[in-house]
Design a binder for this molecule. Structure first.
Ligand SMILES: NC(=O)c1ccc[n+]([C@@H]2O[C@H](COP(=O)([O-])OP(=O)(O)OC[C@H]3O[C@@H](n4cnc5c(N)ncnc54)[C@H](O)[C@@H]3O)[C@@H](O)[C@H]2O)c1
Ligand SMILES: O=C(O)[C@H](O)[C@H](O)COP(=O)(O)O
Length: 379
């Protein structure tokens, strides 16, 4: 079997080498020519998978090691009997870490307490529901908006987007990009909704860039400068709007889910799907491909204020300010589009909060509930 694999997929040899010859290509460069005699295509989210890529190819299996599937024409695959697999939930924990790291950073800079905020979550799937669980266990007031789920499961526990806009200090978008239908998310936050946001609202987007009207957000930020934007995803990636980038308080290059753990889970899930497709059994496990973390444990021996303790532990594992600064630096050095992709391709090794064991000594024991609610292991 010949497999064409995005070169940005970690453990590609361990996960796909056993099936045949692995040809690695940068995801944005994979073309019909590369796939002419390929049997399988393994992507991340930057390769548009559609008729023009596959019509002349022998590909019978497509796997994307990502949660999002908006880059894949699944109807085309189904019509042409091409098997398809994605990796639901693979990097959801990493995105939640990103949100917590970002909000803790903003709270410190702007002088508020995260634990006192009301957070609205739009899109309560794999990412949103994990975020909801962590925030609620931390004691925050959380409102959830997910009309497709409300339709299936009943309204209880769900709130309209209008109510979130009216009541929340922080609005977190975790919706997929859906262009048509009753629950389309393209420009879900459009000019009208952006203008309804109360001054001081934090808008965080770690879903897909097109879920927010970027021009409208830019114009509110440039005109009134009374919102805080945390943007990980953008319209027109990698050629993002440089002016919007400059106006965002935290601007990162679509890396919210970029923990090593999350990426490897994605690779492993597609390995397992491909094994099932070719009727093979697989013994490969995450432990076999995922190294131990460089920082496995740390000790706290004083009862710091809880948010200071959270920030300390969060930054020990993942400091979102570095991703913001790297994007600004690389965009300046290489231009926006090249800088954006350079940050993603050369992404530093990042682990998830759950890989850190926090030892608590003396009166630091009082921090156990808050640290474990945030996702750290507590000893
Ligand atoms: N920034 C990143 O690195 C990163 C990482 C992972 C996922 N993502 C993006 O985040 C999206 C969500 O991930 P997930 O794993 O939670 O997906 P998911 O499919 O598990 O959940 C998405 C949820 O959004 C809801 N939804 C759909 N339309 C909606 C609408 N109009 N309004 C409100 N809710 C709506 C769905 O009902 C579902 O519950 C992915 O599709 C992907 O595009 C980004
Ligand atoms: O959909 C996903 O899983 C995430 O957006 C993921 O982080 C995308 O990764 P990329 O394709 O940008 O490497």
């Amino acid at each position: 079997m010949k497999l064409v694999v995005d070169a940005n997929i970690p453990a590609a040899d361990a996960c796909f080498g056993g099936f045949g010859e692995v040809i690695k290509r940068p995801g944005r460069e994979i073309s019909a020519e590369h796939l002419r005699d390929a049997d399988a295509l393994i992507t991340r989210s930057v390769t548009p998978v559609n008729a023009s890529l596959l019509a002349e190819s022998a590909v019978r299996f497509v796997g994307t090691c990502t949660i999002g599937i908006d880059h894949v024409d699944t109807h085309y695959l189904a019509e042409h009997d091409i098997a398809f697999a994605s990796a639901p939930g693979c990097n959801a924990e990493a995105v939640v870490d990103y949100v917590l790291a970002s909000l803790l950073t903003l709270a410190e800079r702007q002088g508020w307490r995260l634990l006192d905020r009301c957070v609205g979550i739009v899109g309560v799937g794999n990412v949103g529901s994990r975020l909801q669980a962590r925030l609620q266990t931390l004691g925050l007031d959380v409102l959830a908006c997910d009309p497709p789920r409300a339709e299936r499961e009943g309204e209880s526990g769900f709130t309209s987007l209008e109510t979130l806009i009216e009541r929340c200090d922080v609005l977190c978008l975790h919706t997929p990009l859906v262009s048509t239908g009753p629950h389309a998310t393209q420009h879900l936050l459009d000019a009208e909704r952006i203008n309804e946001l109360a001054p001081g609202t934090v808008v965080l987007n770690a879903g897909r860039g097109d879920c927010i009207d970027g021009l409208a957000l830019r114009s509110r930020l440039a005109g009134q400068n009374d919102l805080t934007a945390v943007l990980d995803v953008w319209e027109n990636e990698p050629a993002i709007d440089a002016a919007l980038h400059d106006l965002a308080t935290l601007a990162t290059p679509h890396i919210a889910g970029y923990s090593l753990d999350g990426k490897l889970r994605g690779s492993l899930m597609i390995h397992q799907a491909l094994a099932a497709h070719v009727n093979e059994t697989s013994e490969l496990s995450l432990n076999a491909i995922c190294p131990s973390p460089a920082l496995a444990s740390m000790t706290l021996q004083q009862a710091l204020p809880s948010e200071d303790a959270l920030r300390l532990c969060a930054r020990a594992v993942y400091d979102v300010r570095r991703d913001h600064e790297r994007l600004t630096r690389e965009a300046y050095a290489l231009g926006v589009a090249k800088g954006f992709d350079a940050c993603r391709v050369n992404y530093p090794l990042r682990r998830e909060f759950s890989t850190l064991s926090v030892r608590l000594k003396g009166d630091a024991h009082t921090l156990a509930p808050v640290l474990s609610a945030a996702g750290f292991r507590v000893e």
